[in-house]
Design a protein around this ligand. Structure first.
Ligand code: C5P
Length: 224
């Protein structure tokens, strides 16, 4: 946690896939009257833009992904930002299996990371944001006033994801398949998924979302 009052008012919430970052960040932002920015959504939108090219991912050069990225933008709303591709909302498209399966490939490209990071920083220069992702507290906002690192047990992350997607508790088989998928994505993302040395760790396995949000809001309010 940086106590520097001149640093921008940014709260970062990082952690592995399905650790509850986005939903937590959204609630924290609403409580603090800031806007929520989901950085994973930007990587997903760039992936969707490149997927529309129609050619096999083996042919995706970094330059071709960067060219596709220029078609992605963020539309500011009252409490968050909506992803736009060629000027149109692409939220449903970026949550699909095709994008989820390829986003880690795109996120490995250093110039793409630099492009996304520049967009996130430009957004933070114009709005007070609670931003979630993998490296927001390390690579993007090393001086953020409050950095949170969220973790949860793999089975619990898988359970929450299925509950969110299907609106019911998973079967044992569904739970195992989802946990394996999450762990595979964690492995692919490992390099950029590291806690900042000064991040506050919150293990959400045994606590409710309301409790998580209260803890983060309490810390952030003390720093305003
Ligand atoms: O958060 P979400 O799971 O939607 O992120 C999708 C993907 O975007 C991750 O699997 C990761 O490859 C990439 N990502 C990243 N750095 C971030 C946010 C997301 O590499 N800050």
């Amino acid at each position: 946690m940086s106590a520097d009052s001149r640093s921008p008012l940014v709260v970062t919430i990082d952690g592995p896939a399905a650790s509850g970052k986005s939903s937590t960040a959204q609630m924290v932002a609403a409580r603090l009257r800031m806007r929520h920015l989901d950085s994973g959504m930007i990587y997903r939108s760039v992936t969707a833009a490149r997927l529309r090219g129609g050619d096999a991912p083996e042919h995706w050069t970094e330059q071709s992904v960067l060219d596709a990225a220029t078609r992605v933008s963020l539309a500011p709303g009252a409490t968050s930002f909506a992803p736009r591709l060629d000027g149109e909302d692409c939220e449903a498209e970026i949550r699909g299996e095709a994008v989820t399966g390829l986003v880690s490939l795109v996120a490995k490209m250093p110039h793409v990371r630099a492009w996304v990071n520049a967009l996130v920083r430009a957004t933070a220069a114009a709005y007070e944001i609670v931003v979630d992702g993998r490296d927001m507290g390390t690579a993007v906002f090393p001086d953020a006033r409050l950095k949170v690192w969220l973790v949860a047990a793999p089975d619990e992350r898988a359970r929450r994801r299925i509950l969110q997607r299907m609106g019911r508790e998973p079967t044992v088989r569904e739970l195992a398949a989802e946990a394996a998928e999450l762990e595979a994505r964690d492995r692919k993302d490992r390099e950029q998924t590291q806690p900042a040395a000064d991040a506050v760790w919150i293990d959400t396995t045994g606590i409710t979302q309301v409790e998580q949000v209260e803890r983060i809001v309490g810390m952030a309010e003390g720093m305003r």
